[in-house]
Design a protein around this ligand. Structure first.
Ligand SMILES: [Zn+2]
Length: 246
């Protein structure tokens, strides 16, 4: 599969991660209540029926990925990602931005954490799992840095607004997390070595491959959109881009 220009949007291109993960996101009422519908957002939803789309804006410079929806019931980041794509579509970019707003549209449709009973943030190391296909695409596109955006509920893990990172083998993971933490106030969580406490997180698998990555969490009940949570997730995304001068 290769990127194709999206008709009606001059500088937007689309490719697919998979064609077995699609879903009718418009069936997720809690998400739809917070999503501003316009032509671009409508298009993203339509493309998500057929699988997991990845969008591209700009060219040259660093290649960055903004990822969300690895857990389908974590809604603020998915909404924020769509907003960010809407915000940047007209901008002059001197960098290459990739967006995966809905990693598993079927899971988002069902407002559930897992995809076909698989936790995508514990299976990115398993060959050809959906999150592993995202990793494969990251490698194929030579993406330089990855921001993976989530939410966490009280009394879950970690249960507070935070940025996950590790110091080895990709030390820039920690530097990016530190920057975002200072910028927006999210607490930093840093491991000495990626993937040492559990296996298969997208962030860890990237860091282990030498692609610096962070996981950002906002505090929000699962399957819902808490007040101010979309804005907070959006701030984390903007701060991730700010680290690279965007
Ligand atoms: Zn999550």
């Amino acid at each position: 599969m290769v990127f194709k220009k999206v008709e009606g949007f001059d500088n937007l291109e689309i490719d697919y991660i998979s064609n077995f993960s699609g879903g009718y996101i418009s069936r997720n009422r809690n998400l739809m209540e917070q999503l501003e519908l316009n032509n671009l957002t409508q298009l993203i939803l339509e493309k998500s029926v057929f699988g997991t789309p990845i969008f591209k804006l700009g060219s040259g410079g660093n290649k960055l990925l903004i990822l969300s929806g690895i857990h389908g019931n974590e809604l603020p980041a998915q909404i924020a990602n769509v907003k960010l794509l809407n915000h940047l579509i007209g901008a002059d970019l001197f960098t290459t931005l990739y967006f995966i707003p809905f990693a598993a549209p079927k899971s988002t449709m069902n407002n559930e954490r897992t995809f076909n009973s698989m936790d995508l943030n514990r299976s990115a190391h398993i060959k050809n799992s959906l999150s592993n296909l995202i990793i494969q695409k990251i490698e194929e596109l030579h993406i330089d840095f990855v921001g993976d955006f989530h939410s966490t509920a009280r009394n879950s893990n970690p249960g507070f607004e935070s940025i996950f990172s590790s110091k080895s083998p990709s030390p820039e993971s920690f530097l990016i997390a530190n920057f975002i933490s200072k910028d927006v106030g999210s607490r930093i969580i840093s491991f000495d070595y990626a993937g040492s406490s559990y296996k298969g997180a997208v962030e860890d698998v990237c860091n282990l491959k030498g692609i610096p990555a962070i996981t950002a969490e906002v505090l929000c009940p699962f399957a819902n959109v808490g007040k101010g949570t979309v804005e907070k997730s959006y701030m984390q995304m903007e701060s991730f881009l700010n680290y690279f001068g965007i």
